[in-house]
Structure formats: C-alpha cells, structure tokens
Design a protein around this ligand. Structure first.
Ligand code: ATP
Ligand code: MG
Length: 420
C-alpha cells in the first residue's frame, strides 16, 4: 500500500485480468480490420469548443461530464469524453475526405473521460473501441457497422445482448417533429432543468429515466409518424439489409441517445445482465456533424463499444475467453554457471517465438519451481552443474511431472516439438 490510491471512478487493469481487456479490444477491432477500416489515433485532449459544438451544448456530456481546463498557455482544452468529434476533426484536418475515396473508414481504441457518478459499469476513465465511416450516405454502410459490432460480440461468445434500432429523421422532417414534441412537452409538469431541455433539445427528454417524467410521456408524438419519405425508405433499407444478414434487432421508437449530432439511423447494443448500465455500445448516423465543426457536408455513421461494460457482460454470461498462458516455458538455473547458460537458452527460445520466463533473483529450487507453476508454463527448463557437465538441461513437463535430459543445442527444437 502506498499513500496514494487510484482516483475516484477509476481502476487499474492488472494481470491476469487485464488480458481479458486486451482480448476484448482485439475481438472488437478484428471485424473492422477485416472490412477496410484503418486505424486512427488522436490526442487524449482537444480544444473544448470541438466537443461543445460537436457533441452538443445541451448534452450531459458537455454540461456536466467534461473534464475541461485551461492550460498554462491559456488554451481551453478538455479530456476527450468520446471519439467521434476528434476522429472527424482529424480526418478533416488531414483532408482524408478529399482524394475522392469515400467513405473514409476508420477505427480507434482508447481511453475516454467523463466526470460521472461512479458505479458499476460507469467510470470516470473508461475504454472504447469505435468505428467511423465518413462521407457516404448509404444504408449498406449503416448496416455494415451494425453487422460488424454484432459479429464482434458474437465472436466473444456473448449471446444475451439486443440491438435497439430507430431513425431520428433528417433536417427535413426532424424540425417538424421537434416542434410538435415541444408543444406536447410544454403542457407537462416539469422541473426547470427539464423545461430548459425542452427548449434546447426536446428529444433528450424522451430519454429521461425518472418515473415522474416517464409517466407523463405516454401519448407523446412519435418520431416514426413524422419521418419524411426519404428517411422512411432509408430506414427500411437498413432494416432489410440487417434481416438479410441474419442480424436480429428491435425497433425502439424512444431510442434517442445522448449526443446532439445524430440523424437517421440510431442504434444501441444493450446487455440484459448489466442492471442499469445496460448499454454496452451505441452509435448512429451523424450527417450534420462535419458542418457543425466547420467542415463540408459529409454524411457519416459510426459506433463506439465500451470495453469495460463488454468485460462485465462476459462476466454476467459466465463466458471465459480462451487466453493462452502468458508463459509457456520457465527456466530454473541452479548455480552461477547454469544462470549464464540458461539465460542464453531463454533468449534463444524467445527469439524462436516461444513465450519464456526465467527465475530471476537467485531463487532456490523450491521457490523457483513454485514460480514456474504459478506462471502457467507447461514446461520447465532446469539445469545444475552436473547437467552442464554432461552438456544437457532437464526438460520437465509441469503437467505430467515427466523429465527428460535434452542436449543444449537441441533445446529450442525439443521445446517446440513438446509444445506442439
Ligand atoms: P449511458 O447511457 O450508459 O450513459 P452513453 O450513451 O453515455 O451511455 P456513449 O456515449 O454512447 O454512452 O458511449 C458508448 C459506450 O461507451 C456505452 O455504450 C458504454 O458501453 C461506454 N461508456 C459510456 N460512458 C461510460 C462510462 N462512464 N463508464 C464506462 N463505460 C462507458
Ligand atoms: Mg452517458
């Protein structure tokens, strides 16, 4: 124990548990890497205005959850609370959208920061893997992203998740619906904060989780009834493509999601074993975002999946990932000469791609064998003076206890053969 602890709402990823996180990131990104998405990395902080404009002034993320600060040089920055605005900013800055090769398909993986009330599945520092397809309006692209997320979750062995799907309309039909919804909401008994929200972003009120608000929302105008023909046709195509791909989804007319920039296709992945933090990932189309941050019109779609909650979902379903032991061979030298000889063998094994570790710190045989067993290794390489005099090392199978003498120059081959 030191004087310090991890800050509130954060936790450390430690071995062996941390291997699951790496495997989840790998599994989520694999379908993307297989589908033409290139890796992008952006800074952990950005100009605060990017998020204010790109995520939305009226969102919880910007009003309550953002870590914003002023630097010594007077710049107003914020730790990134989400990935889309940064990725789009970077793509525009580098002119990735010029060159005529649209959509620009990118994936990312990293840490995000929100000043939230910490609880299980809700942290102040968390991790997402995300994907963005920038610069094309094509229902097949929306479908592609949903299918890839579905594939990622299935490849991890998750089964108890559902896909919620909705359309938020576009700049033609959304304003008409917005006005109708505002009319309805202004007739309700709401607190001042919520009333302000009715003025700025009335759709967000539909997402209110409080029972006092929820019970008043029955009879609210439904977005589905206001969609223009183009939005209806677009949404229908997305649904047909998903159905054809065998991906099940539920239509959820109340799905609005927390970010202001979404248009048309909106979706969320929810897991039923997670209690109130049930959203494991979400995304949608954001046709207006580029213009909101000063770029050209670039209709786009994307998602972000939460790594932390995906790991919790695996635990909830009792899924353990098949992660190979970090160490396959553990070398135990007995004496100075053996240390030198075995250390060289360890280096050779590692060069040959075999995960190998060494009993450091001059441990005695008993302790060293304990460490070998704890490492998860299948084989131990043991050598003392007598072995060296004969030019051999003992190769011990830690599962069966069986031991054979192997000539020094045959160790790599023999280990490889035994591990299979
Ligand atoms: P919620 O409604 O639970 O607050 P959100 O809509 O704010 O989620 P998004 O911004 O869509 O979440 O982020 C995508 C995913 O990132 C979420 O589905 C979730 O898995 C994860 N995520 C978001 N915020 C947190 C957090 N504070 N701690 C852990 N994971 C998070
Ligand atoms: Mg949130």
């Amino acid at each position: 124990m030191s004087t310090f602890q991890a800050p509130k709402g954060t936790y450390d990823l430690l071995p062996p548990h941390s291997a699951t996180y790496l495997a989840v990131r790998e599994a989520i990104s694999a379908p993307l890497r297989n589908s033409g998405y290139g890796y992008i990395e952006t800074p952990g902080f950005e100009n605060v205005e990017l998020f204010a404009r790109g995520v939305g002034e009226s969102t919880d993320i910007v009003t309550k959850e953002m870590y914003a600060f002023e630097t010594k040089g007077g710049d107003r920055l914020a730790l990134r609370p989400e990935g889309t605005a940064s990725v789009l900013r970077a793509a525009l800055e580098a002119n990735l959208h010029k060159g005529g090769n649209l959509p620009v398909k990118l994936w990312y993986s990293g840490s995000y920061y929100r000043y939230e009330r910490p609880q299980k599945g809700r942290y102040r520092h968390f991790s997402q893997v995300g994907a963005e397809a920038i610069g094309a309006e094509d229902p097949a692209l929306d479908a592609e992203l949903i299918i890839l997320a579905d594939q990622a979750y299935r490849s991890l062995g998750l089964r108890n998740f559902r896909i919620l799907l909705n359309s938020l309309g576009d700049k033609e039909c959304r304003p008409v619906y917005r006005a109708a919804l505002q009319d309805f909401l202004r007739g309700l008994d709401l607190d001042d904060d919520t009333r302000r929200r009715v003025d700025i972003n009335p759709l967000r009120v539909l997402d209110d989780k409080r029972e006092s608000v929820r019970k008043q929302l029955t009879g609210a105008p439904a977005l589905g009834d206001y969609l223009c023909e183009a939005c209806k046709a677009y949404h229908e195509q997305v649904r047909e493509l998903l159905t054809a791909a065998g991906v099940a989804f539920e239509n959820d007319a109340n799905l609005v999601r927390g970010l202001d920039y979404y248009t048309r296709t909106t979706f969320e992945f929810v897991h039923d074993g997670l209690g109130s933090q049930s959203a494991v990932g979400g995304g949608g189309r954001y046709d207006g975002l580029s213009e909101m941050i000063g770029g050209p019109a670039l209709p786009s779609v994307g998602w972000a999946l939460g790594v932390d909650r995906t790991v919790l979902a695996l635990e909830a379903e009792g899924v353990t990932l098949d992660i190979p032991a970090a160490t396959a061979v553990y070398a135990v030298p007995l004496g100075e000469e053996a240390r030198r000889v075995l250390f060289a063998q360890v280096t050779a094994l590692r060069k040959a791609g075999i995960a190998t570790d060494f009993a450091f710190g001059g441990k005695g045989l008993k302790n060293a064998m304990k460490s070998a067993n704890r490492s998860g290794a299948r084989l131990a390489l043991v050598a003392g003076e007598r072995d060296l005099a004969e030019g051999v090392v003992q190769l011990k199978n830690l599962e069966s206890g069986e031991q054979t003498a192997v000539p020094l120059d045959a160790v790599v081959d023999e280990v490889r053969r035994t591990l299979g």
